[in-house]
Design a binder for this molecule. Sequence first.
Ligand code: 3HC
Length: 714
Amino acid sequence: MKGTVNYELRGDIAVLEVDNPPVNPLSSGVRVGLCDQFDKANNDENVRGIVLKGAGNAFIAGADISEFGQKMEGPDLHTALKNIEYSEKPVVAAINGPALGGGLETALCCNYRIATEKSIVGLPEVNLGLLPGAGGTQRLPRIVGPSQALKIMLSGVPVPAKKALDQGILDSISTGDLVEDAISFLHKKLDETTEHPKVRDLNEKLVEARGNENVMAEAKALASKSRKGQFAPGQIIKCVEAAIEEDDFDAGMKKESDLFLECLLHPQREAMIHIFFGERTAGKILDVPKDTETQKIGSAGVVGSGTMGGGIAMNFANAGIPVIVLDQDEKNLERGIGVIEKNYQMMVDRGRLSQEMKDGVMSLITPSLNYEDLGDCDIVVEAVYENLELKQEIFKKLDDVVKGDAILASNTSGLDIDAISSVTERPDKVVGTHFFSPANIMRLLEIVRGEKTSKETLATIMKLGKVIKKAAVMSLNAPGFIGNRMLYGYTHQANMLLLEGALPNQVDTALESFGMNMGPFRMFDLVGLDLGWRARKLAKLETPLTNKIADALCEQERFGQKNGKGFYNYSDGSRAPNPAPENEEIYVKVAEENGFTRRDISDEEIVDRCILGLVNEGAKILEEGVAQRSSDMDIVYINGYGFPIWRGGPMFYANSIGLDKVLEKINKFAEKDEDFWKPADLLVAMANNGGKFADAPTDDLKKEKLAFKQEVKY
Ligand code: 3HC
């Protein structure tokens, strides 16, 4: 059994410590320990009260997520928590770090809660496709009121200690020795009273909310806006409804248990837990040992003050890392810093940042026109536009002026990192960092491993990814890396469907109903149709079949959102797309010119072709070792390309419908387009032996293909 609970007697107080490194989840051994040690303390006549804390830097990170869907060992969580709630001796939760999910629910069963200043509390179960199933939906509304509780549970965002104190979740904050403070707190209460409060007995805030329809209406609006397509939010709302309507606490608990079970059995739960672990696994590089030494990143530089450079600089400043933003042009630099300032101001205006915090982050950002100023930076990220010669020139300069052990990173979305590192004397310190736009908001960070990038550099950059709160995924240095290469399969199919008879609105609606954040044609309009068209004109290149319609639209000066017309029409600078029936003539004409007979296409075919286009390319990427594992591609697609988290990412989705079925569909599509739909060898192998992408022997594949990929040039 995993985990334990330690017992220590300090005078007349028993200090129980949940010990299950690194973050003390409530695994089977902890549940046994809670039952046994609470019994022990209650049976010891020398004990007057109990303090419950976590070992190390966390209080309790919740239920053990790896146990969901497995056979349960030991007592269930409800049994363990009953022992706390019905303890004969008063209990203080001494919250020494994150108290999340079942962790906060445990603390809510204690009579009192005291925390360190840096602790956080929250109920993030919704991020796992679950609801707080150990009384959280019934107890939290009793403290903070249903409306606030719903906000906490539906967002899943933890509450910092100070705010939790204001909201009444905590009774006190300790600024000294937490356990000593908790013991003193308990002694005071023992001297004052024999009646120690239980959250389950508080009813005032629920009675107040009874009959107030706004509470539920607001929660439903919040869930449909921020958690589209997800199952758990509706269940959470029903639980709180029950808390308000039922007079009896235990009846509310019964409702919560029933609805929790439904979440547990729902396919979204497995998909979202796959993403929870996938994100943590992505940080591990197969041939880089866990104990690899990392460099300290205490200062940073960014070359280029455009949209990307500014966003990247904000990431460093947000993490408390001073950053120098360099541009060669004074006006650009001024404008760039102005944009950063405006972004922060917007956060202040929306109440997401205090003025004091804004001043703090802005003070960490220093503009510069001089390369010499970057000399002492621990890392410099180049973020100029995509031009290999320009990037090489900058890297040569950086190599000269920046201290020898600093890391030099290129924010490229597709250039050859080896070609960039080759101009430096430190190719081992060169790495690609592909941020997604807007870089201060998007969570995805593709880390591109060059042939000579050292293990120390990789370990450092993966750690930095975590510090700046990104979902970092490593890709080998190969065309398109992971994300854009997979995207090709998706957009190619969307454009083919348009030639074959579908309309942009139909394609977008089908894919948005599947759960994609934005359909491909809305995305093309947002990016601008003219970029490729202009580049092709300039280079006198022929238009590929799949771009023929977009180029024809550009010839009619339909460039996308930027000039109010593209695949859609946009009125008065609005981003809302309106169908553009006038384009249909162009679609028909281009289709005919290229030998297509347009036909009715079902939504099912649209979704299958676009999504399986992604999946097949993903299988090839895995086979070549460009990605380390299939879950890395799921993390890329969810965090960078708007794939619905509740489907677990494209590769998980393919596993869930069955790789044999996927192959069958691909083979059928191949009857019409053999070149595009050549199934990946890995997919064929996995489908034929009933496997899943997650079982792919990545180690072997990687070694074999690493050499192959190094030969690829751009
Ligand atoms: N169960 C099992 N393992 C967990 C876990 C949990 N609740 N929380 C974290 N871990 C594991 C991680 O997988 C990771 O394992 P690894 O080292 O093998 O990769 C390790 O603990 C460390 O986790 P992080 O890398 O995330 O550590 P951080 O220090 O960055 O973050 C944290 C700590 C903020 C506590 C973060 O881990 C976290 O948010 N955990 C999940 C919290 C959560 O969602 N709780 C709800 C669980 S469901 C529940 O409680 C149901 C209940 O209502 C019945």
